[in-house]
Design a protein around this ligand. Structure first.
Ligand SMILES: [Zn+2]
Length: 68
């Protein structure tokens, strides 16, 4: 059932809330944007890694719902 969607990164926090960071591609640049708090930044390389960092640091959301 696990569906890998590379256009966003979602993580659950300790309270079971889902936090989503969208990965938007504009030309060669990528922008990542957090649905929860509106945080955004450019990320040309490894946007998913930066998204995970934000989710962990800002929202303590480290549980990958797509992990087996
Ligand atoms: Zn956020």
């Amino acid at each position: 059932m696990a569906h890998i969607d590379t256009s966003k990164v979602s993580r659950w926090d300790l309270h079971g809330r889902e936090h989503v960071v969208q990965v938007l591609r504009t030309g060669v640049q990528r922008t990542i944007r957090c649905d929860t708090c509106g945080w955004r930044r450019g990320a040309q390389f490894l946007p998913w890694l930066k998204a995970q960092e934000h989710l962990a640091q800002a929202h303590q959301a480290t549980v990958d719902p797509t992990a087996a």
